[in-house]
Design a protein around this ligand. Structure first.
Ligand SMILES: *Cc1c(COP(=O)(O)O)cnc(C)c1O
Length: 541
């Protein structure tokens, strides 16, 4: 044996000793360490090709590998539910690159290394289900919905035909029908589809509206319109509405932004004036978007009044309830916010927001059955044959502009089964009550916090007042200074890792904080923590 060989043998012996020591002596598994989530000795050197599906005999190793993956996931859930744990472990992109090994190798790594990779990935992921994460419209981790997502991943099917996804297709029918009933269309008439996000749902509404007014557009394109189409939405709408105008050939100049009042609600009189103005120019107003729950301040446009105007000028009424749609499930909060929604021609409603279904889960509903298929059908003969064994109306794939579609229904169906209508109603009421609690606390601490407006939804918009600005009169000058505080305080939150609350400016004011309560994990004590933590991190700014 030469020296190098001997050295190698010794290293192997030491490694083995350490490996066994770690296995027998470590009571808790340390995230990210090399001995975390160790496979048993007989499997620790295996690779992907030693388990299913490549190795038909590999079931014991397959099982052990997957159980370890599940251990990692469950420990992550346990960790993120622990209020003393951090929401995030922030690093700048360059540093994060150095902390991680993201290279794709020529020769694949071992199963053991994959477990380390999984655990390291979650270690640096922002914990969006942590009770102190208030940053986004989708917060929280509904575990039943997550279990559904696990099943969905395992079934790994495409949603285009009944042929390959019979159970899931029927679930879509049942759940979407129920949602149309809740919207208020008689007997749940109409048609719906799940889309990859609210932005695409809004696009579907646009396409159907144009198809309804100009059925020849599909074949003849722009020449079928013979004029300038114009759409209308409030200046508070989600930017995806405007993007319809750019994607679909109108140009953003022809997406007219209707002014909103001081509460962020579209002013119907201004809508009517702007429609008249465009008609006078010879343009063709055809589409009005009313937002039910605006993204930043959570305002609800007055749907009934907007519906009257749409009727008068023969415009399609779309309600973008991507954010606020969840309140349809609450008898207490539905009215007056969503009153009149049943008069809409189409409705976007994202269960992945207020309802807490896992990302992503977005639905678009049409009052008129048959429009979706006639608008989008291309009749690809290799997929949508009409001479199949079963009733091909269950092949929903030709209603959409995608080909393949992810299964977004199972997680929602399972979650709704668990909660029932009552559970969802309680969840909505609870989120609204927590928001009311937050508003009350902010008012009680008016020396430290400035409430910008009374929320209609779970968006709570406010400024934090550091000590030096507390006795200053509230003028435009103070608003400017408070706006400058926001990014610095947010930076401190992220560096401390204890809290995440979003901020942004709007047309009326500089930066302000927008807190979102849409996680079932949040309690009154968490709201108290949030306010105290902002004060701790920001009082000296
Ligand atoms: C979030 C949101 C959207 C977009 O939904 P995605 O699923 O993120 O594409 C559209 N409209 C409103 C009002 C929203 O809040």
């Amino acid at each position: 044996m030469d020296n190098v060989q001997m050295f190698g043998t010794k290293i192997t012996a030491i490694k083995e000793y350490l490996y066994n020591f770690a296995r027998t002596h470590s009571p808790t598994r340390l995230m990210g360490s090399e001995n975390t989530y160790s496979l048993s000795k007989e499997h620790c050197n295996l690779k992907y090709s030693d388990i299913l599906p490549q190795n038909a005999e590999g079931f014991p190793a397959t099982r052990e590998f997957l159980m370890k993956v599940v251990d990692i996931l469950i420990d992550y859930i346990k960790n993120q539910s622990d209020r003393s744990s951090k929401v995030l472990d922030f690093h700048h992109p360059g540093d994060m690159m150095r902390l991680l090994d993201l290279e794709i190798p020529d020769t694949g790594v071992s199963l053991q290394q994959l477990l380390v990779d999984c655990s390291t990935t979650l270690k640096y992921q922002v914990k969006t289900g942590h009770p102190h994460f208030f940053n986004q419209l989708s917060c929280g981790l509904d575990l039943v919905s997550m279990a559904g997502e696990w099943l969905t991943a395992t079934a790994n099917t495409n949603m285009f035909t009944y042929e390959i996804a019979p159970v899931f297709i029927l679930m879509e029918h049942v759940v979407l029908h129920k949602m149309r009933e809740i919207i208020g269309w008689p007997n749940g008439v109409g048609d719906s589809i799940l889309a990859p996000g609210g932005s695409i749902s809004n696009l579907y509404a646009f396409l159907a509206a144009r198809h309804k007014m100009f059925p020849q557009y599909k074949e003849r394109g722009l020449s079928a319109v013979g004029g300038q189409l114009v759409m209308f939405t409030s200046d508070q709408c989600h930017y995806s509405v405007k993007s319809c105008a750019s994607v679909c050939g109108l140009g953003t100049d022809n997406c007219v932004m209707v002014p909103s009042d001081e509460r962020g609600r579209m002013i119907p009189q201004r809508l009517e004036e702007l429609i008249i103005e465009r008609k006078a120019k010879g343009h063709i107003p055809f589409f009005v978007n009313a937002t039910a729950g605006t993204t930043v301040i959570g305002a609800f446009d007055p749907i009934a009044e907007i519906a009257d105007i749409c009727k008068k000028y023969n415009c399609w009424l779309h309600v973008d309830a991507a954010w606020g749609g969840g309140l349809l499930l609450s008898r207490k909060y539905r009215h007056p916010r969503l009153t009149g929604i049943e008069r809409a021609d189409s409705v976007t409603w994202n269960p992945h927001k207020l309802m807490g279904a896992l990302l992503q889960c977005s639905t678009i509903h049409f009052k008129d059955d048959g429009l979706l298929i006639s608008c989008n059908q291309m009749s690809a003969e290799y997929l949508f044959m009409t001479d199949k064994l079963y009733d091909v109306k269950y092949d929903t794939g030709d209603k959409v502009i995608q080909c393949g579609r992810h299964n977004d229904i199972f997680k929602l169906w399972l979650q709704w089964r668990a909660k029932g209508n009552d559970g969802f109603e309680e969840h909505m009421n609870r989120l609204m009550e927590l928001t009311e609690y937050m508003v009350q606390r902010i008012k009680q601490m008016s020396d430290k916090f400035y409430l910008i407006l009374e929320p209609e939804l779970v968006n709570c918009c406010f400024w934090y007042l550091p000590t030096r600005l507390r006795n200053m009169p509230h003028t435009a000058e103070r608003e400017k200074l408070l706006g400058e505080i926001c990014p610095i305080l947010k930076g401190r939150m992220m560096e401390a890792g204890t809290l995440m609350v979003g901020y942004q400016p709007d047309d009326r004011r500089p930066n302000f904080f927008r807190n979102i309560i849409s996680s079932a994990a949040v309690t009154e004590a968490d709201i108290d923590f949030l306010l105290a933590e902002m004060d701790r991190l920001g009082h000296d700014l």
